[in-house]
Design a binder for this molecule. Structure first.
Ligand code: B4P
Length: 191
């Protein structure tokens, strides 16, 4: 199996690229943000709990997110591998993912990070906010809070994967097709 973590700050293009790459490489795409939004829309208990954090630009608590991720993986049998999009976002999540995959004789093969500067992120998310209906894209202060949380809690995971030589940085500025090409050059060497 091939297990890829697609990484980067909010608005870096993880979701955009994961949707393309899952088709190209026949991998299962798990976006924790999408699963939360599905649960919010369907007013599940998980959704109601996640909404209060997401609307403020905060991370949903680790245990809730980890349990949800495990259930998503378990729901997919006999697959070629996974693209994890938006997970892990904290050290506890990275450790839990490693242990969970190890229990199945698997591991994270690579973390591929999309590198985009902050002002481009803010502009992309404000633009999406005009049509997405996502409360966390509608307000610039919430967008900046999400970027701040990324630097405080998530960015350290680069070091976590670098120490095992699993980190690959890719320039995330350019056309969607150009970035798919850059990501594919990394993935083709892994698969
Ligand atoms: P996510 O759903 O993961 O959202 P994101 O970080 O905003 O998105 P992404 O980087 O995928 O951007 P996209 O491709 O859409 O998280 C939302 C919230 O959920 C978090 O704040 C948190 O509260 C919660 N959450 C999720 N996972 C969690 C976890 N593991 N632990 C705790 N909480 C968690 O691209 C953004 C925009 O840019 C789009 O409009 C797109 O069209 C545009 N774009 C993409 N590529 C472009 C390009 N090359 N050029 C120009 N624009 C581009």
């Amino acid at each position: 199996m091939t297990n890829l973590v697609l990484f980067g700050p909010p608005g870096a293009g993880k979701g955009t690229q994961a949707s393309i790459l899952k088709e190209k490489y026949q991998l299962v795409h798990i976006s924790t943000g999408d699963v939360f939004r599905y649960n919010i829309k369907n007013e599940t208990e998980l959704g109601l709990s996640a909404k209060s954090y997401m609307d403020k630009g905060q991370l949903v608590p680790d245990q809730v997110t980890i349990d949800m991720l495990k259930a998503e993986v378990e729901a997919n049998e006999d697959v070629k591998g996974f693209i994890f999009d938006g997970f892990p976002r904290t050290r506890a999540q990275a450790e839990a993912l490693g242990e969970f995959l190890a229990s199945k004789g698997e591991e994270v093969d690579a973390m591929i990070a999309l590198e985009v500067e902050d002002e481009v992120l803010v502009q992309r998310l404000l633009e999406r906010g005009k049509t997405s209906g996502r409360p966390d894209d509608a307000d610039e202060s919430v967008i900046r809070k999400r970027i701040k949380v990324y630097y405080e809690e998530t960015a350290i995971l680069k070091e976590y994967y670098k120490k095992d030589d699993k980190y690959y940085g890719v320039d995330g500025v350019g056309s969607v097709q150009e970035i798919t090409q850059r990501l594919s050059e990394v993935i083709d060497k892994l698969i």
